[in-house]
Design a binder for this molecule. Structure first.
Ligand code: DGT
Ligand code: MG
Ligand code: MG
Length: 262
């Protein structure tokens, strides 16, 4: 019995080994087929070493998406919190991100300088961040928009920008936050004129054109600065915070984000 079994095992092994040899030789033939040259059409998109890699995503046609899903004007706190949840999820899934900054329908993710994730291929950074974010947006929708069904699948575009120094990275983040302030200021005043002062949207727009210089100099009260959020990684856990990243205080308090280890 034992011998018979043993013979059968040997037969099986011999057969498997023939199959394996065949597949290996077939694999080798395929790898060296005449079609192999098509690989040369793939562009090299390796990000420059030792630079900060930033992926910025932005909602596709969110003007329409916000209208269709009854977003509050100018700032919808459900939408804001959903965006932050998605950013946190991205940071939990993709470990090499040190900080993320978001406003309106966009979010920027900064990968650590020495990240070697997917050999620093820009397309991998961009597609992984954007697809993870988009699937999280749909996955967590109901948690934030309880009575508002998701009417169609939202999309996000993505881009990669590489910054060579801490200063250029900080200037990039400051640019996004300054953009947030300017838009938020305009939108808050615009909707106050429409909703509280009874102006039509065209009248409100005309009034703001006349007063443009004045409104740009005004600072909104803290509670109205609703649409910005930073998610920074403290040790391993991403922590959301609503704070200024243009001034030095944030960076002095979080030296680890731009530190040499990053
Ligand atoms: P795009 O990015 O070229 O595909 O086009 P949009 O429409 O996404 O344009 P974008 O990204 O410049 O502007 C974002 C839009 O999203 C803007 O029209 C206002 C809307 N949005 C974002 N957050 C909110 C919100 O909290 N409330 C409302 N009512 N709208 C919002
Ligand atoms: Mg957009
Ligand atoms: Mg946008």
């Amino acid at each position: 019995m034992w011998v018979v079994c043993r013979t059968k095992v040997c037969d099986c092994l011999a057969a498997a080994s023939v199959t394996l040899r065949r597949s290996l030789s077939l694999g080798a033939t395929m790898a060296k087929s005449k079609f192999e040259y098509v690989r040369d059409f793939e562009a090299d998109d390796t990000c420059l070493p030792h630079c900060w890699v930033v992926v910025r995503l932005d909602g596709r046609n969110f003007h329409r998406f916000a209208e269709k899903h009854n977003f509050a004007k100018p700032n919808d706190s459900r939408a804001l919190h959903l965006m932050n949840k998605c950013a946190q999820t991205v940071m939990e899934e993709l470990e090499d991100i040190v900080i993320a900054y978001g406003q309106s329908d966009e979010y920027s993710f900064v990968f650590r300088r020495k990240s070697n994730w997917f050999k620093r291929r820009a397309s991998k950074f961009m597609t992984h961040v954007t697809s993870q974010f988009a699937s999280s947006y749909v996955f967590y929708w109901r948690e934030f928009f309880k009575d508002q069904p998701l009417l169609y699948p939202p999309g996000f575009d993505g881009r990669v920008v590489v910054y060579p120094s801490n200063q250029t990275l900080k200037d990039y983040l400051s640019w996004r936050q300054a953009d947030c302030h300017i838009n938020n200021l305009y939108n808050t005043v615009f909707w106050a004129l429409v909703q509280q002062s009874g102006l039509t949207p065209v009248q409100a727009q005309e009034r703001l054109q006349v007063d443009e210089v004045t409104t740009k100099a005004v600072k909104l009260p803290a509670e109205m600065e609703g649409k910005k959020m930073t998610v920074a990684r403290t040790r391993t856990k991403p922590v959301p915070s609503h704070c200024d990243i243009i001034g030095d205080a944030f960076w002095k308090d979080h030296l680890e984000i731009l530190g040499e280890d990053s």
